[in-house]
Design a protein around this ligand. Structure first.
Ligand code: VAH
Length: 319
């Protein structure tokens, strides 16, 4: 077992639950300390140590790092694109202050590595929207995207100034069945599966032709761990890596679901999230991640749809 002690901040979110369980399989349950401001997620109960921790409390975080002799931190706590637009200043504070506190602890305690997720939300309507390059025009229009790009720049600064090994990737929309989505613009791609199984109908808050980059959570978790385990000499950027698996629209995911549930019906009622989605890429160029540290996706829309419906039937006791 690798001799690391990992602290996960935001362990009860959509990514956090699955990343905590995956890291516990790799490093051992007691080597992965899960924390969140919320109560422990049911899927984490009994799987390893859990503490209540506010990501903004740098003193409590520092004390836990010292108490547990932490060597790596995964900071996942953040307010996402849709939620963030409801309270921009609070979103900026939570997303940035938590990150700066962790970066300072990383330097002060000479931590081995830090992971901090970015998002394709860093791109905006002036960015080339098809096969969006690793380096391009970056003018985010949501406070979430602004905070994620500013965070990337801080990560790069802490690496170049103090040698901190902080790594990041720009997640597309993530689709999972184990954990709930966290208030993002891509959450429709999770809700649609649940509603298809429960009611055979769904009202989508994006228009039918809204193409967005997406990824199954299994690929995202595996890619995150592979990035963190890559040797440092393979990491050629300390901004966040573009990473991608597929792009689809609500119309296409509907067809994929109807292959299994022919009676499934969808209606479209775009809301404020449509404007956010319209400012994001339709597809991502992730050649740098594939070349530098061997990123490869494994799930396409059909394979993901099969697995989502199979797993959700069991979870929702509809099997
Ligand atoms: C969101 N799920 O919708 C997140 C993600 C690319 C989207 O960052 O805000």
């Amino acid at each position: 077992m690798k001799n690391e002690k990992i602290l996960i901040i935001g362990a009860c979110g959509q990514i956090g639950v699955e990343l905590t369980l995956a890291l516990r399989k790799v490093y051992g349950s007691d080597q992965v300390i899960a924390t969140d401001i919320r109560n422990e997620h049911p899927l984490l109960k009994g799987s390893g140590p859990y503490y209540s921790l506010n990501a903004l409390d740098a003193v409590a975080t520092y004390e836990l790092v010292k108490k547990e002799s932490i060597t790596q931190i995964y900071l996942l706590a953040a307010l996402l694109s849709a939620t963030g637009e409801k309270d921009p200043k609070r979103t900026w504070d939570i997303n940035m202050e938590s990150m700066l506190g962790v970066l300072d602890i990383g330097v002060q305690e000479k931590l081995n590595k830090i992971y901090w997720p970015s998002s394709i939300a860093v791109f905006g309507p002036t960015t080339p929207r098809d096969h969006t390059p690793q380096q391009t025009i970056v003018e985010p229009r949501t406070v979430y995207g602004i905070s994620k790009y500013a965070g990337e720049l801080w990560c790069q600064y802490y690496h170049q100034r103090w040698g901190l090994d902080v790594r990041s990737m720009r997640y597309p929309g993530l689709i999972s069945w184990k954990s709930e989505p966290g208030g993002g613009t891509t959450d429709y791609a999770v809700e649609i599966y649940i509603e298809a199984l429960k009611k055979s109908k769904y009202t989508c808050f994006l228009s039918e032709s809204t193409y967005l980059p997406m990824m199954y959570m299994d690929d995202a978790i595996r890619g995150t761990i592979e990035l963190m385990e890559a040797s440092a000499d393979k990491i050629k950027t300390r901004m966040a890596y573009n990473i991608s698996a597929m792009s689809f629209s609500p119309r296409e995911i509907t067809s994929a679901i109807q292959y299994h549930i022919p009676e499934f019906k969808i209606e479209y009622n775009p809301d404020f999230r449509q404007q956010i989605a319209d400012g994001w890429p339709r597809s991502i160029d992730d050649r740098a991640a594939r070349a530098d540290w061997g990123w490869q996706h494994e799930f396409d829309l059909n394979r993901m749809t099969y697995d989502m419906l199979k797993q959700l039937k069991k979870k929702l006791q509809l099997a």
